[in-house]
Design a protein around this ligand. Structure first.
Ligand code: WT7
Length: 646
């Protein structure tokens, strides 16, 4: 594309940034030419180690084996808390902003440290120790940071389940990681509505025989059912807990957390991240990608239930001694100016959110933005899905007043941190491009046969060399890790995305090339939604595909084949939606359900999703080759009955 817009680096930003263009190229070169020396220096600079590593890296991609800083010892909370106490004990670590605009509070580094130690002792007294899996099912409240870090303090492995997930989704995750200890809230608020967190836990717990202890944090304070002997009141337990807790000495490669994410097939995978490399990568990317400076108020709107919340609400910022803002609410409550009001209220300098939120707010018009000042802002970030140039321009022009670079950051749950991204003082921007690789990151584009393509090219995005933040395994199923990421193109990490590289070497992510959907920045597997739909006893078969959606990025379109003799109707549609809500989450509700007497299949019985995607997208003119279909007439039938998504 020669007509694409180029936004040069903003001189005022470059003048004071950590990294300018020359420095980027120089550091990038070094990170590729001598990765071990480069990462050694970074590990020394960013982290405090109890014991230095013996060797920097060992890896064998075809076997999915990756180790960084072998023999190194450290504790994550020493790096995120203890070491800051002498210099910034009274600095605010966490600003909490509630769903209700009149609710907010702050925690200093000293207070956060004290509470983390106390809760670590609560967990210890309940028998939780190093290597135990702890499930965390919490809204965006400050106590979430306390309990997450408390796990890291004692070496317990946290598994955070997004508070918007259903009881059944929670159950599956508790069982998969065999969590015996869980922390939840009584209830939470979201856009003025109540979410019944504890009720979901009670429901999930019925099918989790090993779940022994449920710690409940009072948030709304409403009455909730109580299970004596199992349930523990957070506040009571904290009152009597000791304030000193020695940090557990962890190996660099000891697990830090498990985080479930959707793939093309089967149940979500428990992606496993370890200690030293992950923390280093989160901290370093946080500093350079957002050009974080001492004293900045930094705000990432992601929920702690996603990787973005792990790396860029908590671990990265706290490791760097930043003030990080945690927001419980939604962008449009009480009004669609909430983000900008919060920025003005807390004088936010760095703001990081998802394209779906930007598009939703853009649709509300500029007036909601313009009635706020936003003069504290310096850097804007985008994450979670491709950002369309129109939304990018609006973000840059209207929200950032053309003063703030927009960093479009491409990465994944599995990558631990940002891989392809501009740096504010170094990279000229092109709306819609994630631009260039971060230090140490070596992307490549392959053709479908797995041959690397040079220069300008479009194809399959892979990474040719490890980086410290990379996931190490799938919890309890290393073979699945190997099969998913390392088998298709041996010698590479396969990300599941397509990408184009332009003449300037800039990367343009074109979206998933597998059966993973990205709905409002949430990653969902079509297989999970299909399994929920076929649970209905009147459903014979279901196929789910994504289609372009103006706000959500992708919407969900479900083709459902009913049992012979059953008539589809609105009641049945409602029942199916309810099943999806219960089995997966309200995020996964189909935007359209089409009754499909048959699905397009090859003679060997494989559903041709390509055709289903075209029909859902309303692109009938180009259905491609249908000659391999067992029954080509099915397609005409489907086209004639396409549903308009709601
Ligand atoms: C998938 C990963 C990254 C943390 C949040 C989502 C898509 C993510 C971008 C971007 C284009 C993006 C990819 C990726 N994605 N960021 N800047 N441009 N696409 O993490 O839930 O693991 O999803 O999100 O398709 O594979 P996730």
């Amino acid at each position: 594309m020669s007509d694409q817009k180029l936004y040069p680096v903003i001189p005022a930003i470059a003048a004071s940034a950590h990294i300018d263009t020359d420095r980027y190229h120089e550091m990038y070169r070094r990170s590729i030419d001598d990765p071990e020396a480069f990462w050694s220096e970074q590990a020394e600079q960013f982290l405090d180690w109890e014991r230095r590593w013996d060797s920097v890296l060992a890896h064998d991609y075809p076997r999915g084996e990756i180790q960084w800083f072998i023999g190194g010892k450290l504790n994550v909370t020493v790096n995120c808390l203890d070491r800051h106490l002498a210099t910034r004990g009274d600095q605010i670590a966490i600003i909490w902003e509630g769903d209700d605009p009149s609710h907010h509070s702050t925690l200093t580094y000293r207070e956060l440290h004290r509470q983390v130690c106390k809760f670590a002792n609560v967990m210890k007294s309940q028998g939780v120790g190093k290597g135990d899996r702890v499930c965390i099912y919490l809204p965006m409240i400050a106590e979430a940071a306390v309990v997450i870090l408390a796990c890291a303090r004692i070496g317990a492995i946290h598994s955070i389940v997004f508070g918007g997930f259903s009881a059944d989704a929670l159950r599956d995750r508790i069982l998969d990681a065999d969590c015996r200890f869980l922390i939840c809230a009584d209830e939470s608020y979201r856009g003025g509505k109540i979410v019944h967190s504890k009720l979901n836990v009670d429901k999930a717990a019925k099918q989790c025989p090993n779940l022994r202890t449920v710690v409940v944090i009072k948030h709304t304070g409403h009455d909730i059912p109580w299970s004596n002997g199992r349930d523990v009141c957070y506040h009571e337990a904290m009152q009597s807990a000791d304030e000193t807790c020695e940090p557990e000495l962890m190996d660099a490669e000891d697990p830090l957390f498990i985080l479930y994410t959707s793939g093309s097939t089967g149940l979500p995978k428990g992606v496993l991240h370890t200690t030293g490399g992950y923390l280093l990568y989160a901290a370093m990317t946080h500093k350079y990608v957002f050009d974080y400076r001492e004293g900045d108020v930094y705000w990432c709107t992601a929920d702690i239930g996603w990787i973005t919340g792990h790396s860029y609400v908590l671990y990265g910022p706290l490791c760097n001694g930043a003030t990080t803002l945690m927001f419980e609410g939604v962008p449009t409550y009480p009004e669609p100016d909430r983000f900008w009001q919060v920025i003005d209220k807390h004088r936010g300098n760095i703001f990081y959110t998802a394209p779906t939120a930007i598009r939703a707010l853009m649709a509300q018009g500029d007036a909601y933005v313009q009635r706020t000042g936003r003069d504290s802002l310096r850097v804007l970030g985008s994450v979670g899905e491709p950002i369309n140039p129109e939304a990018w321009e609006w973000y840059y022009r209207v929200v950032g007043d053309q003063r703030c670079p927009v960093v479009d950051t491409w990465w994944q749950t599995e990558t631990g941190g940002i891989l392809i991204t501009p740096l504010p003082g170094a990279t000229a921007l092109k709306p819609g491009s994630a631009t260039l690789p971060f230090f140490g990151i070596q992307p490549a584009i392959l053709d479908p046969e797995g041959h690397p393509l040079d220069g300008e090219a479009e194809g399959i995005l892979v990474l040719t060399f490890p980086w410290p933040g990379q996931a190490r395994s799938v919890y309890g199923d290393h073979q699945r890790f190997v099969d998913t990421y390392f088998s298709k193109f041996p010698g590479y990490y396969f990300a599941g995305d397509g990408a184009r590289r332009d003449a300037d070497g800039y990367y343009w992510i074109t979206g998933r090339i597998d059966d993973v959907l990205n709905v409002s920045g949430h990653r969902l597997g079509t297989a999970e939604i299909e399994s929920a739909l076929v649970l209905h006893d009147q459903v014979a078969e279901a196929a789910v595909v994504g289609f372009p959606h103006p706000i959500k990025g992708q919407g969900i379109y479900a083709y459902v084949t009913l049992n012979v003799g059953v008539e589809g109707n609105e009641t049945l549609k409602a029942e199916l939606k309810n099943l999806v809500r219960e089995e997966v989450s309200a995020i996964a509700l189909p935007d359209a359900i089409q009754w499909s007497p048959g699905l397009p299949k090859t003679r060997s019985g494989k559903i041709m999703r390509r055709i289903l995607r075209k029909i859902a997208a309303n692109e009938f003119s180009d259905l491609g080759d249908t000659s391999t279909l067992a029954d080509p007439a099915v397609v005409e039938q489907l086209v004639a009955n396409r549903q308009h998504p709601s």
